[in-house]
Design a protein around this ligand. Sequence first.
Ligand code: PFF
Length: 463
Amino acid sequence: MLKTDNSSPGDGDQVSGHGMWSSKMAFILAATGSAVGLGNIWRFPYVTAENGGGAFVLIYLLCIAVIGIPLLMSEILLGRAGRHSPINSLKLLAQRSKRTWRWMFVGVLGALIGWMILSFYSMVAGWTLAYSWHYLGEIFATAPPAFDPQGKFGGLLASPGALIFWLTAFILLSLGVVALGVEKGLERAVRILMPMLFALLLIMVGYGMSTGFFQQTISYLFSPDFSKVDGNTILQALGQAFFSLSLGMTGIMAYGAYVPRDVPIGRTAATIALADTGVAVLAGMAIFPIVFANGLATGEGPGLIFVTLPYAFADMSYGSFFGFGFFLLLAVAAWTSAISLMEPAVAFLSESKRFTRVSAALVVGAATWVLALGSVFAMNIWSGFTIAGKNFQELLEYVASNLLLPLGGLTTAVFVGWALSRVIAREQLSELSESRYQLWRFLVRYVAPILVFVVFLSAAGVI
Ligand code: PFF
């Protein structure tokens, strides 16, 4: 039975069998761990390249500021006010606000999107594991390694066995942490490893500066050419903003359930968004100089970092060492994100009597593994099967990231802005001044839903 916690969410309240982040910093680290991942370092550069650079980046930044931060605040407050898994929190809060319990389907949608994203996410995270293993081998190799980044990446994709091996390893790692409970291992891992990733990224940017193509990169990333913008570009920017901030699929809401009462939500959300955006922009500044310096194609697609970064590592002294560190830390960043993709479904299942946390994590992990096989085969034996020019993995990524995440965000915004009791919202955001609170309310009631809706219409060609 669900514990209907009607007490005011006071201090020390236990969350239906889960623990609590030990401090404000612990939550910031965990939420940043969720936000910073493959979305910043793998996806941001290639989606930016596919959408022509500067104008896309600008629209992306706008989406983060106007929709991302208010929604991040909304998800945290819903989690903390509900103190259960997102599905049950939404049900509970709807009932407390005298609304229909059916709002819980926003949570069901979120858990499903998490499952879809986690499937292809795990495959790509598997690539990072495979690359760290490769560089580890290079460190100890006696003969200089053969240099063929395109061939090496192609070889990995062509081998279902290798892809399945690394993806399985990654799912097991993620499942392990989720089964233990997110507060335990995660907090410690994130505290040490995230700053290391950041430092390594700075070294890569430093290398980028030395290539002589840094100026070109800056203008590529920041000088907008609006003639390239259409409805689909905006949809992609919006989708990337949601993906990168872990929004629209209730992952942050799930973490919000463990947030202590005294954490100021507004400032925390802004910090998370800033860190996340900083990492994405740094990744762009690290990768594009290498692309330009080596005359590589920007439109490489999902393989972009896997075929460009090896050029830099081959050129640097101690390159194998850096290559190993970079891909390993990227795998860790993906790991801390994958955990939050699993958490909504696992938290929900483990709230019912039928599942323990461990069995819930096993069920979600197994379901993810099965769906991930679709993405694996899309790289090789099923590569010929396409719909609208997209293979299974590309289709899944497009539908989940660009359509379903914004849809999840839209429904969350409508719930918070229009259905949730104002008393609950104001209490959760009690640290905000009245004017800031009103600004937040205006953004979630009007700006976020209307903008997302208009972007949908425009991408669908209706306007
Ligand atoms: N934000 C993660 C990234 O940028 O890699 C991906 C992600 C994690 C998306 C968790 C959604 C989520 F709930």
